[in-house]
Design a protein. Structure first.
Length: 381
């Protein structure tokens, strides 16, 4: 079918589902430090502070890249759960496309000014934004994910041959000077700025960087969460590129970056939100929609890990659900309170297993990129 995706809730026909194959390690570096944050908690977030995660070391080494191997058992269970999600989507009549797998023999990449292990294309929502009949590859915010969309090229080529537009936003150099954690008046206030960013001969100043998961799609309207100067530049680009086709709305510092575990449009007129405080950040017209406030997650909803397994994702990661249509949603089978809440609001809930969502930092919405839905450029606002 031809590429057509304007929202997250009209009937889903085709989707790209990510792959966890060869996810061997995580890179803790400057780009990761500044990505993990959560403005709504009033604290830095759920990952150990970069000031603290190497206790006893000289603070001057704080920004040095540090590779952390992922435990094989957790990775194997993640792969099982992703494949189970694929089976469930097919059973619901959705066509599932899969990216190329990362060859572990070629797992590192070097760019001018930095090097990083290549992250496999698991959370495919983040580095691509589908708007109607256009694929927009967004400029990455994490160095380890710089080349992630390359694994989706065969899928994008097929849609291009069928008539899709295909655009790549400017690719950043991603030196230390590219990031702006604190200079924008509307920046999220709890981002931990790097100590003494290192100069590079490839410095070009603050650059365009944003993830597709910063955006909420509602027909002809695109709502963009802006938490630093990188996001603001990206929104400038989107406004110019989409002029006359989409209306772009700026929403400031709802979270440090992604919003798809914070505010989720379930159908026209109904939002699932993390807390009532979310409404203060939304565009005025969205504040009048009906809201379902998520129950507070319980500790027993999640696996517990040893101290050497840092947890980057919020306890609210299970709000990162996937809508099959305006009445049917895929929800983590372990999140019983959320399932009951949605069923009380007359949604059909399809429970699906995903054990290590906090450890790997992604839910069903993150894992998927919906390429064909039946909706169009409606005026939901």
């Amino acid at each position: 079918m031809r590429l057509n995706s304007y929202d997250d809730f009209t009937p889903l026909k085709e989707v790209v589902l990510g792959s966890a194959t060869s996810y061997l390690e995580r890179l803790n570096d400057l780009s990761f430090d500044m990505f993990i944050s959560d403005n709504l908690t009033g604290a830095r977030g759920y990952y150990p502070s970069i000031t603290d995660w190497r206790p006893g070391e000289d603070r001057s080494r704080r920004n040095e890249p540090d590779r952390m191997a992922l435990k094989e058992r957790f990775l194997n269970e993640l792969i099982q759960d992703v494949e189970g999600l694929s089976t469930q989507l097919v059973q619901l009549g959705v066509t599932v496309h899969r990216p190329m797998a990362l060859d572990p023999a070629h797992s590192d990449a070097t760019a001018p000014g930095w090097s990083a292990p290549i992250t496999p294309p698991l959370n495919v929502r983040d580095n691509t934004l589908i708007l109607g009949d256009e694929i927009i590859e967004t400029p990455p915010t994490l160095r380890a994910r710089y080349f992630e969309t390359q694994f989706l090229k065969p899928i994008f080529m097929d849609y291009f041959r069928q008539g899709a537009r295909w655009t790549t936003m400017p690719r950043p150099m991603m030196t230390d000077a590219s990031f702006d954690p604190e200079n924008l008046p509307n920046a999220a206030p709890n981002i931990e700025a790097p100590d003494n960013p290192r100069p590079s001969p490839y410095d070009v100043g603050v650059e365009i960087m944003i993830d597709g998961a910063n955006c909420l799609r509602l027909g002809r309207d695109l709502i963009v969460n802006i938490s630093n100067a990188n996001h603001a530049l990206a929104c400038d680009w989107l406004e110019r590129h989409l002029e006359g086709r989409f209306r772009v709305h700026r929403m400031h510092r709802l979270t440090q970056s992604h919003i798809d575990s914070v505010v989720i449009p379930l159908r026209p007129g109904t939002l699932l939100i993390r807390s009532e405080r979310v409404l203060d950040f939304l565009p005025e017209k969205l504040r009048h929609w009906d809201t379902i406030v998520s129950p507070t997650p319980e500790i027993h909803d999640y696996p517990q890990y040893e101290a050497d397994n840092p947890i980057p994702a919020s306890p609210y990661i299970d709000l990162n659900l996937l809508s099959i249509d305006e009445n049917t949603v895929l929800v983590n089978d372990a999140c019983k309170t959320l399932i009951r809440t949605l069923e009380e609001h007359r949604f059909t809930v399809v429970p699906v297993q995903h054990r290590h969502r906090r450890l790997f930092g992604g839910g069903f919405h993150c894992f998927t990129l919906d390429t064909v839905r039946t909706g169009g450029a409606e005026d939901y606002l």
